[in-house]
Design a protein around this ligand. Sequence first.
Ligand SMILES: Cc1cc2nc3c(=O)[nH]c(=O)nc-3n(C[C@H](O)[C@H](O)[C@H](O)COP(=O)(O)O)c2cc1C
Length: 391
Amino acid sequence: MSSRISLRRAASVADYRQLARRRLPNIFFEYIDGGSYAEHTLRRNVSDLEAISLRQRVMLHDMSALDMGVETFGQKLSMPVILAPVGMAGMFARRGEVQGARAAAAAGLPFCLSTVGICSVEEVARAAPPPWFQLYVIKDRGYMRELLKRAKAAGSPVLLLTVDLPVPGARYRDVRSGFRGLTGLPAFINQTWDGLTHPAWLWDVWLHGRPHILGSVAGALTGRKSVTDFLAWITGNFDRSMTWKDLEWIRAEWDGPIVIKGVLDPEDARSARAAGAQGIVVSNHGGRQLDGVRSPISALPGIVDALGGDLEVFVDSGVRSGLDVLKAVALGAKACLIGRAWVYALGAGGQPAVARMLETLRAELEVAMILTGCQAVRRAGPHLLDLGPDA
Ligand SMILES: Cc1cc2nc3c(=O)[nH]c(=O)nc-3n(C[C@H](O)[C@H](O)[C@H](O)COP(=O)(O)O)c2cc1C
């Protein structure tokens, strides 16, 4: 299958994955595609979504006009999808974060910019509507404050605070590909060969996509310039000391909505609410952190119950189709974040491919809504799911 797919014929997220695998250097494809440890959770994220059955209902209503829109934090989304923060997207396509943000805006969807994006928050905000800004908890609190100020000044409407990365999970694939662990001449040879054997990427990103720095955190580093230097800096700066109390000073610096990303337990969801967050992302970081934890989609109903409608609840990890989007919304999410889905497309063909992939999700969602009798996605609920013979 993989050898015949062309960009024009890509029909699904899986197709964009194959195209990205062909076009990107191995170190970057494996970085995107991989999970942590033996990748049990990575697989579970996808298979748990697959295992949920939609409930087919026919001729219930006039389905000629569908409403796929949802509203969150005063923003209208054309469908319940948000582009998740993905580090280093500018290494997968020239100024990748700008391309992703433009595709999202054209589709009427929010774009979340990672702390470790190649493009800075200012660069993205100049090229597209100001992105939602994702912040990692790093030891240098002064720098966190500075980042919050910059995101605010750039007009970012929502802050996503990622709390499931006090320490990075082990990613075996990054070691095997040589992305991590190699230094000096072996690293240089590995990366040069990887680049030279992917000429389309070399031309687009390596030659014309500079500077290759982590735009928003560049100011915190002096003298170090390569992406690997940046990665080493950020890896050494994740903070294990953060507690719910720290949300107080973040709140003092940020007057907009705060969404806590990386919640997987109802108790933590309640703590997020008590600490004053306005929303959470039920997430296991796309299976990239603690292997063996449950999938967010399986945790979602319990968390929605625990919160009783007080916070905006989003979900991510494993969403690969518009059918998955409807399942997540039916289980109580306001919207899904998609990570790999948009960066596979970005790596495969930049902004036009991201735009087409989003259209594919929309078309899939439309079919799923029509065949479950769901006229308005904001009224989706468990009644759209087939929960077993006795349901
Ligand atoms: C290559 C890659 C880089 C990521 N970088 C970040 C990041 O910088 N900040 C963050 O909060 N989450 C990051 N994530 C996690 C995503 O925001 C999201 O939670 C995850 O991708 C969802 O799972 P999915 O890829 O199965 O859709 C990253 C994910 C991937 C695949």
